[in-house]
Design a protein around this ligand. Structure first.
Ligand code: NA7
Length: 533
């Protein structure tokens, strides 16, 4: 490409999801260009518009805290917002803070190359844009690249196939349709009860049953909202001091310290708490002690057996192969009850996997199913997927794909050694979905922006992480993972949801306060682990 087509920018931000949008705002003193593959803002909440899509963190928390007026004036209709409300909020923020002038929509980044002489990134997009910038901030999201298992015969199927993360904006009419639904994670559990009410028939293809607790969503209570608004500053601070950047009841007792009666009472209260994830915080050691965890597992299995009338279906729905919380706990609304409907059937595809699409539906290794519509809620090439799908070339022409061939390595989840001046928000080995992502995303953007401001102030042009720092961070990530039961589940946290994906645990489970403290102290200790020049 000739030089006359090159545009200069200070900072290129990849992604106009919630973190990318805040990064534009925070760094608007620079020449900032944001490249977004979607046609609108909101990231996850732009793409995932399937029926029932809803956040599993209460909205008074899962929202921006950077502008007091915004959080005072905005009203969330429900405790746990539905996708349309989240997308409306993202659009409101984009308009209110004039972010759109910086965003190029429907313009995915294709490749990036670092120029070591000029200390600049060349960024190329599918639309033919070529930007030359000093810094790249990849706010590409943890759950961006949809996972579509490569079953053959897709073109043969006469009906429609949808992935929940690429749901048509105009919706789908299920009336009179036989719907096949693959995937029983958070997405499937939200979507299926609604689809079951509309479709003639719903056939659920389940590989691994999920643990699910009731969502407790309800209209937002006015007094509760006022209380939050009166105390927002303190609450935002408190949030960042908790494991998951979310104010819930954190227990002090271990399971063994409670009598069986107390255990039963605590679990029942957690189940009815209307607060997501409270089951994982029923006792202090649910995620660190196998016996405590099994107690919670058995409690949920009992609930499943009491709700689902067909004993065989109930047994199939009971997870037995991994600890609760090892995969993200699902939050449902009538999910287990749905199996009492006459038009819903459960098919176990663990023993007899899906083999292919046929002209008239799906074929497993043991049977054929006639269907009009097939929905795949098969999750994501998580954490690394969005970055790995861009051809990124750092120093010495090394590629990120090669560097991450055995799994992602980062320093503080923010930088990759050999890829100078490139920062990630919610990158591999950050708390990501273990902590409430809007608030912690804002925190990471501020931390990153402060580093860039400091570079500018000192007249520096190049920042990288050392390999040694990367190695030490990997040891920290492994150390905290070892202490938790997460490692006993195959999930998107460790890439085992996708056949052949390499690498270990990709999420930092040491809690947000420890993560933030380590990030802050690295900077305070003279940019420990970084090379700046
Ligand atoms: P998840 O949680 O990764 O769930 C994907 C589901 O799809 C899960 O039940 C998978 O079974 C199933 N799946 C994936 N591949 C296959 C194949 N090949 N055959 C059958 N079934 C398959 O993604 P979600 O979109 O539900 O949720 C992602 C996150 O969004 C969630 O954690 C929240 O943070 C919000 P498996 O369990 O792997 O056996």
């Amino acid at each position: 490409m000739s030089n006359k087509n090159v545009e200069h920018a200070d900072i290129v931000i990849i992604g106009a999801g919630f973190s990318g949008m805040y990064a534009i705002h925070r760094l608007r003193n620079y020449k900032v260009v944001c490249l977004e593959s979607g046609a609108g803002v909101g990231g996850t909440w732009y793409w995932n518009r399937y029926p029932g899509a809803r956040v599993d963190i209460q909205s008074v928390e899962y929202s921006y805290g950077f502008d007091e007026k915004l959080q005072q004036e905005w009203h969330w209709p429900e405790y746990f917002s539905a996708q349309p409300d989240l997308e409306r909020y993202a659009n409101h923020v984009a308009d209110r803070f004039d972010l759109r002038e910086h965003i190029r929509f429907s313009n995915p980044v294709k490749s990036m190359q670092f120029d070591e002489v000029e200390n600049r990134w060349h960024v190329y997009t599918d639309n033919g844009d070529h930007l030359l910038c000093r810094y790249v901030i990849a706010a590409t999201g943890s759950l961006t690249a949809p996972n579509m298992p490569p079953w053959p015969g897709r073109d043969r199927f006469k009906g429609d196939i949808y992935h929940t993360a690429r749901w048509p904006a105009q919706g789908v009419d299920f009336a009179g349709k036989r719907v096949g639904f693959i995937g029983t994670g958070s997405t499937g559990i939200q979507a299926m009860p609604i689809i079951a009410e509309q479709a003639q028939e719903l056939v659920v293809f389940q590989r691994t049953p999920a643990f699910c607790m009731p969502s407790g969503n309800r209209p937002l209570d006015q007094a509760y909202e006022q209380d939050w608004k009166a105390n927002y500053e303190d609450r935002r601070r408190q949030m960042l001091q908790t494991y998951g950047a979310s104010i819930i009841e954190y227990p002090t007792a271990t399971a063994a310290e409670c009598s069986p009666e107390q255990q039963a009472e605590i679990l029942e209260q957690a189940w009815n708490s209307k607060s997501s994830f409270q089951l994982l915080f029923a006792f202090r050691d649910v995620m660190t002690n196998a016996a405590a965890n099994e107690l919670v597992c058995e409690f949920v299995r009992d609930k499943i057996r009491s709700i689902v009338k067909n004993p065989e279906t109930a047994t199939s729905l009971c997870p037995t192969t991994y600890p609760i919380g090892g995969k993200r706990l699902c939050i449902g609304n009538g999910y287990y009850d749905m199996y009492n409907r006459d038009n819903v059937t459960l098919v176990d595809v663990k023993e007899s996997p899906i083999a292919e699409f046929t002209e008239s539906g799906l074929r497993t290794l043991s049977a054929d199913y006639d269907l009009d519509v097939i929905i795949t809620a098969t999750g994501f090439d998580a954490v690394t997927g969005a970055m790995s799908r861009i051809d990124i070339q750092g120093s010495n022409k090394s590629t990120l794909t090669d560097k991450w061939a055995e799994g992602p390595t980062t320093y503080l989840g923010a930088m990759v050694s050999g890829f100078p001046n490139m920062f990630m928000i919610h990158g591999p080995s950050t708390p990501a979905a273990q902590a409430q992502m809007i608030t912690t995303g804002e925190w990471q953007v501020n931390w990153t922006a402060d580093i860039i401001d400091r570079m500018e102030h000192e007249g520096l042009v190049h920042i990288d992480a050392t390999e040694q720092a990367e190695q030490q961070w990997a040891e920290e990530v492994d150390m905290v993972s070892e202490q938790s039961l997460h490692k006993f589940a195959d999930s998107w946290y460790n890439g085992k949801n996708i056949e052949g994906k390499k690498g270990g645990f990709m999420i930092y489970v040491g809690g947000f306060p420890r993560f933030a403290e380590l990030c802050d102290s690295a900077v305070a200790n003279g940019y420990e682990g970084f090379i700046r020049k």
